[in-house]
Design a protein around this ligand. Structure first.
Ligand code: ADP
Ligand code: MG
Length: 599
C-alpha cells in the first residue's frame, strides 16, 4: 500500500538537515563561532547554560547583518559566502552551504539580533523563530555592532534527538573541545566562555610570544615547555605549529589539533602521516599531542565533503601525506636539547678532576673496548663493536670540539642503582636511563644497517628448534625473506615448529629463543595489514631491545662516556623506542631550588 508522494515542508527539510549537522550543543557552537569568524570579528563571547541544552548564546563584533537580510539568513540554502559553483573551488570562508542557521532554528528556539558596522545604522534588529518554524516579524532592539545568536531549549521539538544528549558535564566537555579548537587556531581573536554564569575561559587577543601563553592555558601549563616548534615549507605547502615531545605523549588522543587552511579537520590521511612520523619514537598504545597547521592552496583541497566539514579531500593526497610525514619525522629526529651547540667547559670544572670530568675528550676512547673477562658485557655492548655493523654502516662524523669544550651531555660521574648514569654537563646534572638510551642507539644503527643491506649474520653451531602456533609459522613463511635481510634465518619445519639457523652477529649472545618469539609476536601485531616497513621497524626495535644493556650491569667510566658520546650522535635519542625519555637534566638553577639556595 504505497503512500502518495509529496514535497516536504521546508521546516521538515531543515529538521532533517539538522540531523546531519546538529548533533549536540557543541555542534551548534561550532557553527555559530564559524559564522562570527567569517564575519571578521575580533572578539566572541559565549554564554552557556546547562551544558548548552538550556541556552547557548554567541555574540560577536563582526560586520553584522543588514536588517532586511535577517530573515534571509535563517532561510535554507541562503548564504552570502558563495555565488557561483566556481567559488567552491577556492572557498576562503569557514561556511558556504547556508545550512547552519536554518537547521539550528528548526530544532530550538532561536533569536538572531544584529547591527551593522555602517555608522548610520545606530539601532539593531532582531528576528525570532516561532515554534512552527515561522519567523516573528523583525523588531528594533538595542544592540552593539555585531551579531548575537541566542539558541534556547535545543531539541525541544525532537525528543528522539534529545535522548542522545549526555550529562551537563559531558556536553560542557564537548563545548570546551570546540572552544579549544577555535581558540588555538585563532590566537588573535579574544574569546570568553561562561557556563551557568561562571567564567570558564577568558582569553585576550594574543600575538607573537603571547601565543604560547594561550597554548598553555588551553592545553596545560607545560605545553610550551614540552613541545617542539615546527615550520617547514615545500613548494606551495607549509606545515607549522607545535608537537609535544614524544616523551610527553598521552594515554588518550585528546590533544590532536590539525588545521587545513585554518579549518580544523579530522582526516585519516593526515592522522596516518602523523602516526607514521611518530611510529619510531612512540609506543603504539600512546598518542602524540600536537597543534599543527597545514597551509595549502585552496584549489588543492576540497572542503565540501561533509556537512559539518570535519573532513577534507586533498587533490594530491600522496604528496600531502609525504610532506607531513617528512616534515615531522625530520623535526622529531633532531629532538629538543641536543640540537644546540656543545657548550664551553666552565673554568671551575676544568681544574676539578675529582668531579669525574675529563678535561680534553682526547682521553676518552671514541668507543669503549669490550671486556672479555665479563662475558655479559660482550653481548650487552655489542652495538659498540666496530668490527660488525659499525665498520660498514657509515655514521655521521662526531661534532668537532675544541679541547676543553664540554659536550652537551657532559662527562660521566658514575652509575646509580645499576640503572642510571649520572653525568656532569656545563649547566647541570644529566641522568640517563642506560637501557633506554642504549636501545635507541642500537635501533638507529640497526635501521641504518638494514637500509644499507649490511646486517651481518652468523650461523648457529647448533640450530635452535622453536615451537610456535600455526599462525606464527604462517607469518614466518610470509616474512622469511625480510627476516633473512635482517640476518635472522629461520625455516619452518612443520605447522608447529621452526628452526633458527642464523642470527645477526650483533645479537649472537642474546637469548635466541626469546628473540625469535618476540619477533614473531611483533609480526603478528604489525604484520598482516601494515606495510613491511612498519613491521620491519617493529622487529628492529625488538632486536635492539634484546641487544641493549640490561639493568644492573656495571659500566666503567670509559664505557659510560662512550655511551654519552654515542647518544649525542644518535637521531631521536631524546626518547627510547617506546617514547619514554632516555635522559633528563637537572639544571643548576633547579638544584639550587631543591636546596633552597640563593633565596
Ligand atoms: P553559511 O555560514 O554557510 O553561509 P549560515 O546558515 O551559517 O550559512 O549563515 C547564513 C548567512 O547568515 C551567512 O552566509 C551570513 O551572511 C549570515 N550570518 C550568519 N551569522 C553571522 C554573523 N555572526 N555575522 C554576520 N553574518 C552572519
Ligand atoms: Mg555558517
Amino acid at each position: 500500500m504505497a503512500n502518495p508522494i509529496r514535497i516536504l515542508s521546508s521546516h521538515l527539510i531543515n529538521q532533517i538537515a539538522a540531523g546531519e549537522m546538529v548533533e549536540r550543543p557543541a555542534s551548534v557552537l561550532k557553527e555559530l563561532i564559524e559564522n562570527s569568524l567569517d564575519a571578521g570579528c575580533t572578539r566572541i563571547t559565549i554564554d552557556v547554560e546547562q551544558g548548552g541544552v538550556k541556552r547557548l548564546r554567541v555574540r560577536d563584533d563582526g560586520c553584522g547583518i543588514a536588517p532586511d537580510e535577517l530573515a534571509l539568513a535563517l532561510a535554507p540554502h541562503a548564504t552570502s559566502k558563495l555565488a557561483r559553483l566556481a567559488d567552491l573551488d577556492a572557498v576562503a570562508t569557514l561556511g558556504f552551504r547556508g545550512e547552519a542557521l536554518p537547521s539550528i532554528a528548526s530544532v530550538s528556539r532561536l533569536t538572531l539580533a544584529s547591527r551593522m558596522r555602517a555608522a548610520e545604522r545606530d539601532v539593531g534588529w532582531e528576528v525570532a523563530v516561532g515554534v512552527d518554524g515561522q519567523l516573528v516579524a523583525p523588531r528594533p532592539v538595542a544592540h552593539p555592532i555585531g551579531t548575537s545568536v541566542d539558541v534556547r531549549d535545543l531539541f525541544f521539538n525532537t525528543p528522539a534527538r534529545r535522548k542522545f544528549l549526555r550529562t551537563e558535564k559531558t556536553e560542557l566537555n564537548h563545548i570546551n573541545q570546540v572552544f579549544r579548537r577555535i581558540a588555538l587556531a585563532r590566537p588573535a581573536i579574544a574569546l570568553q566562555l561562561t557556563h551557568n554564569g561562571r567564567i570558564v575561559h577568558d582569553l585576550v587577543s594574543a600575538e607573537g610570544d603571547r601565543i604560547m601563553a594561550r597554548l598553555d592555558s588551553l592545553l596545560g601549563q607545560d605545553f610550551s615547555g614540552r613541545s617542539l616548534a615546527i615550520d617547514e615549507t615545500a613548494l606551495d605547502l607549509r606545515l607549522h605549529g607545535w608537537v609535544m615531545r614524544p616523551a610527553f605523549s598521552r594515554s588518550q588522543a585528546d590533544q590532536q589539533f590539525f588545521y587545513v587552511n585554518a579549518r580544523m579537520v579530522r582526516d585519516k590521511l593526515v592522522s596516518h602521516a602523523i602516526r607514521q612520523a611518530f611510529s619510531d619514537v612512540l609506543h603504539h598504545a600512546r598518542h602524540p599531542a600536537y597543534v599543527l597547521f597545514l597551509d595549502i592552496p585552496a584549489r588543492l583541497v576540497d572542503v565540501n565533503v561533509h556537512p559539518a566539514k570535519h573532513e577534507v579531500r586533498f587533490r594530491e593526497s600522496r604528496q600531502v601525506h609525504d610532506f607531513i610525514f617528512r616534515a615531522l619525522h625530520r623535526r622529531l629526529a633532531v629532538g629538543a636539547e641536543l640540537a644546540g651547540q656543545p657548550q664551553l667547559l666552565p673554568e671551575t670544572l676544568r681544574d676539578e678532576p675529582s668531579l669525574g670530568a675529563r678535561p680534553g675528550p682526547a682521553r676518552i676512547p671514541h668507543r669503549s673496548g669490550v671486556r672479555d673477562d665479563h662475558g655479559v658485557y660482550q653481548a650487552d655492548l655489542a652495538f659498540q663493536q666496530p668490527a660488525e655493523v659499525l665498520a660498514r654502516a657509515p655514521e655521521p662524523a662526531p661534532p668537532m670540539r675544541e679541547p676543553g669544550e664540554i659536550p652537551p651531555l657532559g662527562f660521566a660521574l658514575g652509575q646509580l642503582n645499576g640503572v642510571y648514569l649520572l653525568a656532569q654537563a656545563s649547566d647541570g646534572l644529566i641522568l640517563v636511563d642506560i637501557h633506554a638510551a642504549h636501545e635507541r642507539i642500537g635501533y638507529e644503527r640497526l635501521k641504518h644497517a638494514w637500509h644499507d643491506g649490511q646486517v651481518l649474520s652468523q650461523p648457529l653451531l647448533v640450530p635452535l628448534r622453536v615451537h610456535v602456533s600455526p599462525n606464527e609459522a604462517e607469518l614466518l613463511a610470509e616474512h622469511q625473506e625480510h627476516l633473512a635481510r635482517l640476518g635472522l634465518r629461520i625455516d619452518r619445519i612443520d605447522a608447529g615448529s621452526l628452526v633458527v639457523r642464523e642470527v645477526p652477529a650483533m645479537l649472537r649472545h642474546a637469548d635466541i629463543e626469546r628473540l625469535a618469539r618476540d619477533v614473531l609476536a611483533d609480526l603478528a601485531e604489525h604484520g598482516g595489514s601494515a606495510r613491511v616497513e612498519e613491521a620491519i621497524n617493529g622487529v628492529l626495535a625488538t632486536m635492539a631491545c634484546h641487544g641493549a644493556v640490561r639493568a644492573n650491569r656495571r659500566l666503567t667510566l670509559d664505557e659510560m662516556n662512550a655511551l654519552l658520546r654515542d647518544m649525542e650522535k644518535t637521531e631521536r635519542i631524546d626518547q627510547c623506542n617506546h617514547g619514554r625519555p632516555t635522559w633528563i637534566k637537572l639544571t643548576h638553577a633547579e638544584l639550587d631550588r631543591l636546596f633552597s639556595r640563593g633565596r
